[in-house]
Design a protein around this ligand. Structure first.
Ligand code: SF4
Length: 389
């Protein structure tokens, strides 16, 4: 290991790979409030030691399968009501069509997203399921995943709090699943807080799903939403909650740090997003707490400054689609893959396309999925360059 000598005795002690205690992380955050430069240097050092100078993304198609949702989060603009023009209820034909377009554009990921159990609240959702021949959204997701997989895309589903049995079914076709923890403190579910009307966002419920996925050996993408009313210490506790799940089950393949952006048609439209300095400090601290974790920020949510996050510890941009919008953040188009590549190169990094399962988690997926990925993978487990031409 190369050496980095900092003025901070505490950070110096952690450069050898030891993980900080919660109290030490609080202390690092408080020191960084005065001057974040040492923390940022330390995060950059650990990133380079553990991840080298590669940065990855997943070339994806976003399937907005159904955006009706049983819950209401105060910041969400994804959720639709049946009468709104943004409603999406994809038919099997729509899915097949979009899969083919995705193949033409050399995508490798089929991201399936839905609201939380829409059939529990909406007759429209129950009718839609019945017309397509399914009793639940989870059943439909299994079928949609099969369509995508058969055509050569790798499914990754993010459909809220799935049961263990539902995840076990999706495991057959999905190389990984996604569920944002958002935050681990119950305070954000109290009256007047963003998750008051979203029981599925109760952290205990979300942690249980992530643990169930761990028991099933499913690679999971999870993450935190930064700037929704949490304190920095609650956010640090949330990073530790994810670290603890990963320590126990080893199945967290990626941690997304997403900066809240106020949306015009939501209850939180007048709230400010987090200051970039606060956001960067927490990204850097995440790298110190989990030196080997794959850490992602979405580049479209920091459109001017995303490449600056390469020097505070991230190693991934998540899914970027050349053909479909980010339906969760439609006001923030993804940058072109070419411009991300250029910005990475200018910062001294090589951009590489990955699958929705990280190479080090390929051993978790079943042999059929594994051999399909291997056919398209290079020695590093990333997408072969020739496939993208
Ligand atoms: S964030 Fe998810 S759970 Fe919350 S309202 Fe939107 S779709 Fe529903």
């Amino acid at each position: 290991m190369s050496k980095l000598i900092l003025n901070s005795e505490l950070l110096n002690k952690l450069m050898g790979g030891r993980e900080p205690s919660t109290d030490e992380s609080y202390q690092i955050y408080q020191d960084a409030e005065k001057d974040p430069s040492e923390l940022c240097k330390a995060a950059e050092f650990l990133r380079n030691e553990n991840k080298g100078r590669k940065v990855t993304y997943s070339r994806k198609v976003f399937f907005n399968l159904i955006n009706l949702c049983r819950d209401t989060c105060s910041y969400c603009t994804y959720k639709s009501e049946p009468t709104q023009t943004k409603i999406s209820m994809m038919s099997k034909y729509d899915i097949q069509n979009l899969v083919e377009i995705g193949r033409k554009y050399k995508c490798t990921e089929a991201l399936f997203v839905t609201g939380e159990r829409p059939e529990q609240k909406y007759q429209e959702a129950r009718t839609w399921l019945k017309q397509n021949g399914f009793a639940s959204t989870a059943e439909y997701l299994a079928h949609a995943s099969e369509i995508a997989l058969t055509a050569g895309l790798f499914p990754h589903t993010n459909a809220g709090n799935l049961t263990k049995a539902e995840m076990n079914e999706l495991k057959k076709t999905n190389v990984s699943l996604g569920l944002m923890l958002e935050n681990s403190v119950e305070r954000l579910s109290e009256k007047g807080m963003p998750h008051e009307f979203a029981p599925s966002k109760n952290p205990k419920a979300r942690i249980k799903v992530l643990e169930n996925a761990g028991e099933l050996g499913i690679p999971m993408t999870t993450g935190l939403l930064i700037g929704i009313g949490e304190s920095p210490f609650e956010l640090i506790d949330s990073i530790y909650a994810i670290r603890d799940i990963h320590k126990k089950f080893g199945n967290i393949q990626e941690l997304i740090l997403q900066n809240f952006q106020p949306k015009p048609d939501t209850a939180m439209k007048n709230n400010q997003g987090p200051h970039e300095r606060y956001f960067k400090t927490l990204v850097a601290l995440t790298r110190i707490i989990m030196p080997k974790m794959n850490i992602q920020i979405p580049p479209n949510l920091s459109p001017i400054s995303y490449s600056g996050f390469l020097s505070v510890g991230i190693n991934d941009w998540g899914g970027i689609s050349p053909i479909t919008p980010d339906y969760v953040n439609p006001e923030f188009p993804w940058p072109s893959i070419e411009s991300v590549e250029k910005n990475c190169a200018n910062a001294g990094f090589e951009l590489r396309a990955r699958f929705p399962v990280y190479p080090e988690f390929l051993s978790y997926v079943n042999s059929d999925l594994k051999s399909r990925v291997m056919e398209m993978a290079d020695f590093d487990g990333l997408v072969k360059g020739e496939y993208l031409k």
